[in-house]
Design a protein around this ligand. Structure first.
Ligand code: PXP
Length: 249
């Protein structure tokens, strides 16, 4: 199973100040050095985190695979057709949402999604559909020639009891099998973390998991001590000096 790392949250922190750091492109390179086998980012219509520059630079500089999450809107489709990611993952998008809340409504948007898939296929771009674990959606994904499905694991991740989690897992396992039997590739993601990843990693049909929030959250804590030490050292060192701020040549 491959690990795809979603770097949107790094861009969210950058946008909190509207500056240039932290750069999600640097985050992608570090993720790759650490073993990520795909870099995932969501170019939203409102550009609230990842922007056009990020996607272009990621395309030029990452060494693994680029999985571009996007809504099937004309503007973003045109960008994706130009960028040519290894995988496009179509997701629903609502302006007010904090994160992608549910899978695609394939019944209501079958024509639009099918036409987007056909356009991507003309450029040899594989397409994944982010879907709730519902049989009908998986069959429709096959019918409209998707290459992959990404199973929405959010409800499993939010389950409050073991029996509830087990019920969601059964659904996920079932649709993973169904998708494979229809020759669809299977990815999974949303809400996966260090404690709930185990049973998902044990599903043989799942090729790739896409994880963002849990990894960036942990990075805050695993990296915080070092970051504070570095700054404390600078404050200590500089407070004992009285030099000009102009660098010497
Ligand atoms: N997969 C999809 C389609 C998503 O929209 C997201 C969130 O951006 C993820 C996976 C990753 O979810 P999380 O940040 O909870 O790990």
């Amino acid at each position: 199973m491959r690990l795809g790392i979603n770097i949107d949250h790094v861009a969210t922190i950058r946008e909190a100040r509207g500056g240039i750091e932290p750069d999600p492109v640097t985050a992608a390179h570090i993720a790759e050095l650490a073993g990520a086998e795909a870099i995932v980012c969501h170019l939203r219509e409102d550009r609230r985190h990842i922007n056009d520059r990020d996607v272009r630079l990621l395309r030029e500089t990452i060494k693994t695979r680029l999985d571009l999450e996007m809504a099937a809107t004309e503007e973003i489709i045109s960008i994706a057709l130009e960028i040519i990611p290894e995988l496009v993952t179509l997701v629903p998008e609502r302006r007010q949402e904090l994160t992608t809340e549910s899978g695609l409504d394939l019944i209501g948007n079958k024509k639009t999604i099918h036409s987007a898939i056909q356009r991507f296929h003309k450029k040899d771009i594989a397409v994944s559909l982010f879907l709730d674990p519902v049989d009908e959606y998986i069959r429709l994904a096959h019918e409209i020639e998707a290459d992959y499905i990404e199973i929405h694991t959010g409800e499993y991740a939010n389950a409050r009891t073991y029996p509830e989690a087990e019920e969601h897992l059964d659904r996920i396992r079932h649709v993973a099998e169904l998708a494979r039997s229809l020759d669809l590739g299977v990815n999974a993601g949303h809400g996966l973390n260090y404690t709930n990843i185990k049973p998902i990693a044990q599903i043989p049909e799942v090729e790739e998991v896409s994880i963002g929030h849990a990894v960036i959250s942990r990075a805050v804590f695993t990296g915080l001590e070092r970051a504070v030490r570095d700054m404390a050292e600078l404050v200590q060192r500089y407070s004992q000096q009285n030099e000009s701020i102009v660098p010497e040549n």
